[in-house]
Ligand binder design. Structure first.
Ligand code: MEV
Length: 310
């Protein structure tokens, strides 16, 4: 029996979450954590196995109200001409769930890539990305397309949504050291995206200005990133956090993590992803280990990563 492995990258957003849903630019980077998927043939039905989460189930497409994952699988199989094929999908999730690190998009890409290899579908990256975007719509309504793009291509990227999304690969002169602090509180992107949409509808002028402001930070942050000007990049991250806070997508735990990072020498710290829970990122080139240690001492989970670079 053939066996196929597919992988999708997790990601952090350096600048531009939420405003990216409204057509502004964002900068995101892949993290060295990925979700992997393996497909094996079975006689009938779709078995989903996620050993680490204790998930072992058969998808019920005929259920009255199937969960969004089941619905998105049904659509995916239809798009790929695989409806009715029996298979076992085994998933190895090395990106934590609902921590703002692009887990759902990474999972979609991993499954699509595994199907691509196993069934010899010959999908291009662009098609993988498109299919993952469709899956993301089931997971959270109006995604910008940033998460699936990062999960598919795994590049440090300047992104803007649209009919023809802008996807510009950013070359970093040296790897960027980042500490990720996880709040342990699940972040439901659908919820915070909806919150921002409601607030934007009530006060469109104010929210449009905030989105423009963040777009400006992305522009300055991009220049800083390309020249390894960490003081400026850190400042842009801090100001961005203030604006995310203004949109009320921060939380008690995220603010605590951010203060811990800044107190331990971070030049910049902000939430990353949807917020409301999930994770923060901190830029502390002189003291990444110290920031990670302080976050752990406060009872949270922290990882040190480097992104990009030759
Ligand atoms: C989630 O990782 C990023 C958001 O901007 C939503 C999106 O871009 O779809 C909050």
């Amino acid at each position: 029996e053939g066996e196929a492995l597919g992988a999708g990258h997790g990601k952090i957003i350096l600048l531009g979450e939420h405003s990216v849903v409204y057509g502004r630019r964002a900068i995101a980077a892949p993290i060295p954590l990925a979700i992997q998927a393996r497909i094996e043939d079975t006689r009938e039905g779709i078995e989903l196995i996620i050993p680490r989460w204790g998930v072992e189930q058969r998808l019920d497409f005929d259920a009255k109200r199937p969960p969004s994952f089941t619905r998105s699988m049904a659509r995916l199989l239809e798009s790929l001409g695989l409806t009715g094929r029996g298979m076992r999908i085994e998933i190895f999730p090395n990106v934590p769930r609902a921590m703002g690190l692009g887990g759902s998009a990474a999972l979609a890409v991993a499954v699509i890539r595994a199907m691509n290899v196993h069934f010899g579908l010959g999908l291009s990256d662009a098609r993988v990305n498109e299919l993952a975007f469709e899956c993301e719509k089931f997971a959270h309504g109006t995604p910008s397309g940033l998460d699936n793009t990062l999960a598919t291509y795994g590049d440090v990227t300047l992104f803007r949504a649209g009919e023809q999304p802008m996807r510009e690969v950013i070359e970093l002169p040296e790897p960027l050291p980042i500490v990720i602090g996880m709040s342990g509180v699940e972040s439901l992107t659908a919820k915070t995206v909806t919150r921002v949409r409601e607030a934007w509808k009530k006060n469109p002028a104010i929210y449009e200005r905030i989105f423009d402001e963040i777009d400006g930070l992305v522009g300055l942050g991009l220049d800083a990133l390309k020249t390894s000007d960490y003081d400026t990049l850190g400042e842009m991250m801090n100001v961005c956090q203030g604006l995310l806070n203004a949109m009320q997508v921060s939380s008690w735990e995220l603010e605590e993590l951010i203060q811990i990072a800044r107190n331990n020498g971070a030049l910049g710290a902000k939430l990353t992803g949807g917020g409301g829970g999930g994770s923060i990122i901190a830029l502390a080139p002189e003291n990444s280990a110290g920031v990670a240690r302080a976050i752990r001492a406060a009872g949270y989970h922290a990882i040190e990563v480097t992104v990009g670079g030759a």
